[in-house]
Design a protein around this ligand. Structure first.
Ligand code: SF4
Length: 687
């Protein structure tokens, strides 16, 4: 008989609560959780299709061991004990023979188990724990750390102006359009900066449709107007900032007319926007991986976020604020990683000194090169969870690297191209196949039992604990006996145990909470000067090309190479409502919603190139060419080409160079590369 059970959707990072109707241990349908007193989120198109995700025929169901040559796909099922024992022995032997650093521990999507994996790597002794943050989010964090020593969230509920920069939360954040409307309803203004007319941009009061990668020039022009017209918060700047005079002089090099020509928006609109954001109450929302996917990304984002200090909005109500009030938090923050040993000897080889100082994981963007060239040293083992080779620029190089590795372990939900090159493949549970504890509204805690069984699959944390036990590694987390004990452990800061929560179907209110600490600039920020840094002392200390202490604007278009041969600006990485990176392309209901892979172009460009809407086109870069279906889009700027990332039928990262990186963060240029577009037919070869 079918029963409806509460569950947590784990298809993206929002963890919405859903009602899953279950029969014979299979999900039959899902809907937004009804009548739950502390419900959050809703049900997006991805979540609604999750029945096809959870029960997909490509799901891994048992541990497997390779028995034939790599790449031939000859695997046999083995028990968990056999797989864990063999992997543990291999890791211990390698440490004995080559040192701990010869083993890399890598986390892709999802994120919840990273703290345990970081512990495993650190206690094993390897500095080489890394994650998909090597090209997502961390560069954004670095920009904030350089300027403010912290990264504060926008306070959209109280802001005067909501500045949404290079982000389309309409497709990536549940409820964002309602949030925009509520800002407007109470008289606030919504300003969107985006090269495309996205649904978010269409809902804005002002949309600045800039050329991709010119964010820094626009931000400097806005700063210049604020300073010239004496609209900045002089008191905040004098008391809490350093380097203002140098910044003022630099911003003066970007008058509105000059930046208008660089950015492709009118000078009048720049001046109008600057006047709009003056006076405080400016909340800035930036996608974690948009501005920074550019060779000048960190510097551009520094310039943008400095507008918060200039307008006196930083860490004040309506601006980007510290958390205040009493909050209950689980001890599951995947960013609270154990300190890494021998950081200076990680696989980055010292290429990114600011990253090494500010980010507690190895920058893995060069992982394929490290494996293939054995520089700065030989990597022998890669222990991976959720590794997607297509995440890297030039993913074919990563596939070659995985094939050449001595020993590869792939933990995943689905059979994929990394599995084909693995020595052991381990099946992990989805969010609906493992128990969950969550914090709801008003610090109320819930235990949500898994609605369906895991079969032979295990929660990622359980796999990590078993590996640690088999290797005799110890830490507070690694000594936990199993996943249940882990859930009890992460509940500790709330003063509620797992045992009592399991017996409370309506949940329990946390007994212990933490109080937020507002106005950190008054106590001193975590920058070297303790103040907001318009001129970065950390960057000054590095003295490297691209590390200007001021938020220097470098126009990537003038650095990118042959504009005549590759006249279009190639932007990838935007979100589609039905896709979450590569995860949901395999879901038939979602994949069928529109033809793909698509290249979005302005109709004028389609005509100029002799193409037809719905016809074939080859998108070419110096790395080769791939075939796409042409999609006319008046929301794309003329001269720009937009392609969604991670489409398995046309992985645009194959055309993006792995050497064209932001020098500070090492982030690839997913949004700042050049390309050509030409007519193609079905016969035209690719790459
Ligand atoms: S995929 Fe959709 S329903 Fe699931 S957590 Fe994300 S936003 Fe919520």
């Amino acid at each position: 008989m079918a029963v409806t059970k509460l569950a947590v959707c784990g298809l993206c990072s929002q963890s919405c609560l859903i009602d899953a109707t279950v029969e014979n241990d299979r999900i039959q349908s899902v809907m937004k959780a009804q009548g739950h007193p502390h419900v959050r989120g809703s049900l997006c198109v991805k979540g609604a299709a999750q029945k096809q995700f959870i029960h997909h025929p490509d799901r891994l169901t048992q541990p497997m061991k390779r028995v034939g040559p790599k790449g031939r796909g000859d695997f046999v099922p083995v028990s968990w004990d056999e797989a864990i024992g063999a992997i543990a022995r291999r890791l211990l032997e390698t440490r004995e023979e080559s040192g701990a650093k010869a083993s890399v521990y890598y986390a892709g999507h999802p994120k919840w188990f990273r703290r345990a994996l970081g512990d495993l790597a650190a206690v094993y002794g390897s500095p080489n724990y890394g994650s998909e943050s090597s090209c997502c989010n961390r560069a954004h964090g670095i920009a904030w750390d350089l300027v403010y020593g912290c990264n504060l969230r926008p306070d959209a509920a109280r802001c005067k102006t909501f500045l949404i920069w290079s982000s389309n939360p309409a497709y990536s954040r549940d409820g964002s359009l309602a949030q925009i409307r509520s800002v407007q309803k109470r008289g606030g203004k919504v300003i969107v900066v985006d090269p495309r007319v996205s649904p978010t941009a269409a809902a804005a009061d002002i949309h600045l449709q800039i050329n991709p990668g010119t964010d820094g020039a626009l931000a400097l022009a806005l700063a210049d107007v604020l300073i010239r017209e004496d609209l900045y918060d002089r008191d905040f700047v004098e008391r809490y900032c350093v380097g203002f005079e140098e910044f003022r002089a630099y911003a003066a090099e970007f008058p509105a007319e000059r930046s208008a020509a660089i950015c492709g928006v009118s000078a009048e609109k720049i001046v109008q926007t600057a006047r709009e954001i003056a006076g405080g109450g400016l909340s800035i929302l930036i996608s974690s991986c948009s501005i920074v996917h550019c060779v000048n990304g960190v510097q551009n984002e520094r310039a943008v976020i400095m507008l918060s200090a200039l307008t006196g909005s930083f860490d004040r109500p309506g601006g980007n604020c510290s958390l205040t009030g009493e909050t209950a938090a689980l001890d599951d923050n995947h960013q609270n990683l154990a300190p890494r040993p021998d950081i200076g000897d990680d696989i980055s080889g010292g290429a990114f000194p600011i990253w090494q100082k500010l980010v507690n994981e190895a920058q893995c963007i060069h992982l394929a090169d490290v494996i293939l060239t054995q520089q700065p040293y030989k990597v022998r083992n890669l222990i991976s969870f959720g590794l997607n080779p297509q995440m890297w620029p030039e993913p074919d190089k990563m596939l070659k690297a995985l094939e050449s590795l001595e020993f590869l372990v792939v933990t995943d939900l689905f059979w994929n191209e990394a599995c084909e090159r693995a020595d052991y493949v381990l099946p992990a549970c989805t969010a609906v196949e493992r128990d969950q504890v969550i914090v709801g509204q008003d610090n109320h805690l819930f235990f949500i039992p898994r609605p369906i069984g895991p079969g032979s699959k295990l929660p990622d944390v359980e796999i990590i604990l078993r590996l640690a036990h088999a290797m005799g590694l110890h830490s507070e987390i690694l000594d936990l006996p199993d996943f249940d004990a882990y859930l009890d452990y992460i509940l500790r800061p709330t003063g509620v145990s797992l045992a009592e929560l399991k017996t409370a179907p309506d949940g329990l209110t946390a007994r212990k909470t933490k109080s937020g600490k507002p106005y950190s600039y008054e106590r001193g920020l975590k920058t070297p000067s303790g103040k907001v840094e318009f001129v970065s002392s950390r960057l000054a200390a590095c003295d490297r090309d691209g590390y200007s202490p001021l938020p220097e604007f470098r126009d990537w278009r003038t650095l990118a190479g042959d504009r005549e041969r590759y006249p279009f600006l190639l932007v990838s990485g935007g979100r589609r409502a039905q896709f979450f990176h590569s995860c949901t392309y395999r879901v038939p209901w979602l994949s069928a919603l529109e033809a793909h892979p698509l290249v979005f172009m302005h109709p004028d460009d389609i005509a100029k190139c002799g193409l037809a809407n719905g016809g074939n086109a080859l998108v070419r870069t110096p790395l080769g060419a791939l075939r796409f279906t042409v999609a006319a889009d008046i929301g794309v700027k003329p001269g720009v080409v937009h392609i969604y990332h991670d489409d398995p039928d046309g992985s645009i990262n194959r055309l993006i160079s792995s050497d064209w990186l932001d020098p500070i963060s090492g982030f690839p240029s997913f949004r700042s590369s050049l390309c050509a577009v030409e007519a193609a037919d079905e016969e035209t070869g690719v790459l």
